[in-house]
Design a protein. Structure first.
Length: 252
């Protein structure tokens, strides 16, 4: 299939992150959202950190007509708990998102079974969970689970394409780790990392979902794999410092 003419129209994309600032020129209107914190939920999802807004901007560039929903799980810092991430996924399922962007992950195995349960529930419902596969070479939840659409960072992949790497157990997708360019700011000074590889991939997923609204999760992943830029991706070398990983991931 060709991505030409596809804009993500009608596709509901939930972004589990630090919220979204709709006033940012790269983002625009947000269809709804929620703040999920340690003391409950509220409708206040304004981003105070900028990370979720940059993620939303990258998704909006790839799928400009998608319906963006902000699920805020980070507030003053990029720190949260597995329990709150799980609540964010539950909110997305209950509110019938089509695609969920998870530019985050955890190495904490305590809630592994609960992540497996929600990932399986999403797959049965046709909800595509686009998530980081690993951090610093170590697998993270939920992206390491087989029914997610797992994303890695490719250092030389253009922002308008993505790649795939097929292993014996699954297909992994690789994308550029840069968000939308900021005028006057050199690319290497902008935010970058696995978070934005996930966001860039989510833009492609939203367009594929628009073109195939009734496809099952395995069917959607086959379509994505078939339309990858090259058949074998070259993952980025493990150059990310721990500080970069902490910027990109909510540590739990």
């Amino acid at each position: 299939m060709s991505f030409e003419g596809l804009t993500g129209r009608g596709v509901r994309v939930g972004i589990i992150d630090s919220g979204v600032n709709p006033a940012h020129p790269h983002v625009g209107p947000v269809a709804g959202g929620v703040f999920i914190g340690p003391y409950g939920q509220s409708p206040e999802y304004l981003d105070r950190l900028g990370h979720g807004t940059a993620v939303a901007g990258a998704i909006r560039e790839g799928a400009p007509d998608a319906l963006i929903y902000a699920i805020k799980v980070f507030d003053r810092t990029l720190l949260t708990s597995s329990a709150i991430i799980l609540q964010g996924i539950e909110w997305c399922l209950e509110n019938e998102m089509h695609v969920v962007n998870l530019s985050l992950g955890t190495r904490n195995e305590t809630d592994h079974a609960r992540f497996e349960e929600l990932v399986a529930r999403a797959a049965r419902s046709g909800v595509v969970l686009v998530a980081a596969h690993d951090a610093g070479g170590q697998a993270v939840l939920p992206g390491c689970l087989p029914m997610t659409t797992a994303v890695g960072l490719s250092s030389d992949c253009p922002r308008d394409s993505y790649r795939r790497l097929t292993t014996s157990s699954r297909t992994l997708f690789y994308a550029s780790g840069y968000p939308r360019p900021i005028p006057g700011v050199p690319q290497d000074r902008n935010l970058n990392g696995i978070s934005f590889a996930v966001a860039n991939m989510t833009g492609f997923v939203a367009r594929v979902r628009q073109a195939n609204p009734d496809a099952s999760l395995p069917e959607l992943q086959r379509i994505l794999a078939k339309n990858a830029d090259v058949s074998d991706a070259t993952p980025a070398p493990e150059e990310n410092s721990l500080a970069t990983i902490r910027t990109d991931y909510g540590q739990t």
